[in-house]
Design a protein around this ligand. Structure first.
Ligand code: ATP
Length: 380
């Protein structure tokens, strides 16, 4: 399975009611005193997935991962791995390997000895140990550092060694806590793609904790977005991005313009929303389930807004005027902050497809328009 291909092309196990999950989390809660770090979480993860737990610092990701690894005991609920109840099963008897955030390496051992350690303990033949260690070090681009000790490495290099060490034993389930946090952007991207191809080759199931939404989008077959100890939405990266179920998810994953308003027309195949933040009603070409007059939010991604100096052709729906207040040129795209007459500032991104495009400048009057299928309407 190619992780970022999401659920679009082939039938995916999470859509198949008869598919057997590899990891099953049943109503798990972890309390520390009165505080619920993980609150009634249920989740199924299937063989060969790269499942990313995504959320802000302190939302309970690590605690959930530690319960899967057996390093934390649930207050209630249970975990099944490959159909087997893990209650009371210690970490070393689970078919799981965990790479911790602190990824402590053995300080007195060289890089290759660190990676080889687990294989030696398992008494694998010497040539196989050498071969596997070499492959792994090559994978994480650490072959040139094989003889160094951990204190002679940078933080990012240590992290790559820890990653190699956790993968070399080819566990069936690998739990990774912020595995790429210390890597620079290029190396991080490279390693993300390598992880995906490794997953394809070895069929390991990964559960990855990250607070980096871009990383989750690149890596994941599915993402579970966490907030205050709960999984608030689980889905493929495109489901999470294009069909967020709440303001929290829309806002947490990517940038979004949020317009608060009321439903003024509510038909099965379209709705209109009147928002004090925008002069014209927002027309949306899909229905929602909410009572008439309900307070709703139209979430509109910056890249789904067209910006033009001339009035766009077509109907008057979903067209507003505004003034460019700020521009950030990022090379591949530019971000424009456009102020509407109501005072609302709308974020618009435009790809820089031409090197000589006619620039839209500061204080310029522009039209913003968008397709009626672009806004997502959420009710919470
Ligand atoms: P980060 O991204 O910062 O690592 P996280 O989402 O992984 O955050 P957790 O480490 O799971 O968060 O912690 C969730 C909450 O539980 C935090 O508020 C944390 O302070 C609390 N917590 C974690 N472990 C304990 C503990 N042993 N005793 C008391 N509270 C704890």
């Amino acid at each position: 399975m190619t992780a970022s291909s999401g659920g679009a092309v082939k039938a995916q196990p999470w859509n198949d009611l008869s598919a057997r999950p590899y990891v099953e989390i049943e109503r798990i809660t972890k309390s520390f005193g009165d505080f619920k770090a993980v609150d009634d979480v249920s989740l199924k993860v299937y063989k060969g997935e790269i499942f990313c737990l995504l959320g802000a610092s302190g939302c309970g990701k690590t605690t959930l991962l530690r319960m899967l690894g057996g390093f934390e005991t649930p207050t209630s609920g249970r975990v099944l791995i490959d159909g087997e109840d893990m209650s009371g099963v210690p970490p070393y008897e689970r078919p799981v390997n965990m790479m911790f955030q602190s990824y402590a390496l053995f300080p007195h051992m060289s890089v290759e000895q660190n990676v080889a350690f687990g294989l030696k303990q398992d008494r694998l033949p010497k040539h196989e140990i050498q071969e596997r260690v070499a492959t792994m070090l090559d994978l994480v681009k650490m072959s040139d550092y094989a003889k160094r000790k951990p204190h002679q490495l940078s933080g990012g290099q240590r992290q790559r060694v820890a990653l190699a060490r956790s993968l070399v034993k080819r566990p069936k389930l690998l739990l990774l806590d912020e595995p790429l946090g210390a890597l620079d952007k290029k190396l991080r991207e490279h390693t993300q793609f390598e992880l995906i191809s490794l997953q394809d080759k070895l069929g390991v199931t990964f559960i990855v904790v990250t607070h980096d939404q871009e990383e989750a989008m690149t890596l994941a077959s599915r993402i579970g977005v966490m907030n205050h100890g709960e999984i608030v939405q689980a889905g493929t990266p495109s489901e999470i991005y294009e069909f967020p179920s709440s303001r929290f998810v829309a806002d947490f994953v990517g940038s979004v313009n949020m317009f608060e308003g009321k439903l003024i027309e509510d038909e099965p195949d379209y709705v209109r929303i009147r928002s004090p933040e925008i002069d014209a009603p927002i027309y949306v070409s899909h229905g929602i389930s909410a009572p008439p007059g309900a307070v709703v939010w139209a979430a509109l991604r910056p890249e789904k807004i067209f910006m033009s100096v001339a009035a766009p052709e077509g109907g008057a729906d979903n067209v507003v005027r505004g003034t460019v207040q700020d521009i950030a040129y990022l090379g591949d795209l530019s971000i424009y902050l456009v102020k509407l007459p109501t005072g609302k500032v709308v974020r618009v991104t435009q790809p820089n497809t031409s090197r000589h495009a006619e620039a839209i400048g500061w204080d310029q009057q522009v039209y913003l328009s968008w397709d009626a299928s672009s806004p997502v309407v959420v009710t919470r």
